[in-house]
Design a protein. Sequence first.
Length: 233
Amino acid sequence: MALELDVFTLFPAYFAWLEETRPVRNAIAAGSLRLRAIDLREHSIGDYRQVDDAPYGGGAGMVIRVDVVCAALEATYADDIASVLAGRRVAVLTPAGRQLTDAVVGELAGLERLTLLCGRYEGFDQRVHDHLANDELSVGRYVLSGGEVAAMAVIDAVTRKLPGALGKAESHEHDSYSEALAGLPEYPHYTRPESFRGWAVPDVLRSGHHGEVERWRREWSERRGAAQSGSDL
């Protein structure tokens, strides 16, 4: 089963390089991912290809129109919006959305159809959120110039969990915040040289004692988790 993942954006060219990154390229080749970038401007209004307009009530910036987004969704999926929403996850990228966690990424990776809506300027008309989407995702409580960077983060994180994306299927199982790490950050990693400018690899990692190594890694994950939460070690 392949995940059909579509991105609606004013800048579809931004996503061309993403298909060349190893996990995405591997997943596409393995048949577990189908990725498309759809240009919202192809469904613009009038001779000037208008996709946005000034906000009611005044204020700076422009707002992407609800009729443009609706036309893009219905034309792409050849169905009315109610049927589109019944058949696929349609998520707006917004700082106000639910936080993208490893658990949410796993949920999205288990879908058959996922659509990401990338806003620009002051974002979408609220009616896009209310009537043209059934999910909202946030990659952090900060503001980006548009949803494209956030969409790329979602795509990369989701793709890593798809069959064939990584060299070893278990490579993502011990990533930060995974179940194997009890939702904690990943532990530190070291490689050669053993010593560089007096900065040495911890002795335990060179000991060959697997039990001690696992204990050290668990302690460091817990320490990093405590630091992130502001808790005492």
